[in-house]
Write a protein that binds this ligand. Sequence first.
Ligand code: SF4
Length: 276
Amino acid sequence: MKVSAIDGTRKYLFALEDGNIIESVLMKYRHGNSVCISSQAGCRMGCRFCASTIDGLARNLRASEMLDQVYRIQQDIGERVSNVVIMGSGEPLDNYDNTLRFIRLITDERGLHISQRNITVSTCGLVPQMLKLAEEKLQITLALSLHAPDDETRKELMPIARKYPLKEVMDACHTYYEKTGRRMTFEYSLVRGVNDSPEEARALVRLVKGRCGHVNLIPVNPIKERDFVQTAPKEVLAFKNYLEKNGINVTIRREMGRDIHGACGQLRRSYLEEKE
Ligand code: SF4
């Protein structure tokens, strides 16, 4: 386990029975303790900015292995976890049944009884599973990793965009909202020179305006295997201001645990490298 000297974020590495390694993160906020858990060991989605996918997918996690991450962290800090974000290594909707089982167990009154509204599932945009999830009519938040306002740029960053074009993904978001009444979160990692120009800000406004959702801007966490560079803070702010002026609900996500391998999958990867 590593603790950030900057913000107190804790990153945990857990060894599974079969020797696979996964990571989870605890972030302490004023409103409570939030844990970001992994849903798979590795990932097969291939997003270019992500360290979790470099060695591909090792295997899906069972619901019990997802639960265990939360219970172990609670035990370690001696405090209750109030929010769970399924945004660590893995694409949760690529492990649909276990993810659903986990959500049902962690929200059950005989379990930790965490409110469904305090659970967030993040997806890179697996359209059929998003539509299936909408039918479950849960009160969880669905976060879409958008990262680009057009298909061309998105395809460069996220191979899944070759299978599901933005129009289909955004329609699935709309269906999710219609069926559940829950507003979407659109995650947008800003990468210098790739998706952060004023033109892209305009395209993003056109894409999300009128959709019931909220944009989360994330200055990309550099990983050593890729040459992506963070957008400068001043430009992040200008991007945010432009969106806001155009009526988009937007926040800049605070970078957490930058000094302890902040990016998703980074700590696990550096551990595996050292082991080799
Ligand atoms: S960002 Fe998420 S979906 Fe994409 S490769 Fe990383 S873990 Fe997988």
